[in-house]
Design a protein around this ligand. Sequence first.
Ligand code: SAM
Length: 159
Amino acid sequence: MSRLDSFIRRLAAQRDILNAIVELVNGTEGPVLEFGLGNGRTYDHLRELFPERRIIAFDREVRSYSSSTPPAENMVTGDIRQSGQSFVGIGAALAHADIGTGHDDIDAVTLTWLPQLMVGVLAKDGIAVSGLPLDRPELQPLALPAGVKEGRYFLYRRK
Ligand code: SAM
């Protein structure tokens, strides 16, 4: 598969999973966390899906389209490995992490801290959606929507 095909499938998987979890997320109170704002595409989609929720976005710096940039009080800049720690215990209904790079060495470092952070920020029954696998006993893998291939994107519920 070409990198273009792979990229398109990853974005389709993001959208299909986010669309599929709305009811699950709506069963739990709490904010939505977006780890890796990027240019704000998935943030914008989350805003459409969860118009009443506080959505807090994280990135090293703000590089999103102006129309997809969170208000200052909901934008956290800096390295998520550190900045995310202040949000442990916030009881998020959903945490979405799109911070994989496709470089195995970099992603291996991210995987030393991201799974634990995701567990820490989620409420009980909160949903984790991630581009990288989150191997933690507190996170129960959920079935992916039809059409999303196993291993392309990851979906869990916090026990
Ligand atoms: N989901 C976004 C969208 O739809 O526009 C794209 C996210 S992009 C693939 C990944 C983003 O995560 C980049 O903007 C990068 O700066 C950010 N990122 C990756 N690792 C990070 C870290 N450790 N701390 C802060 N930001 C990080």
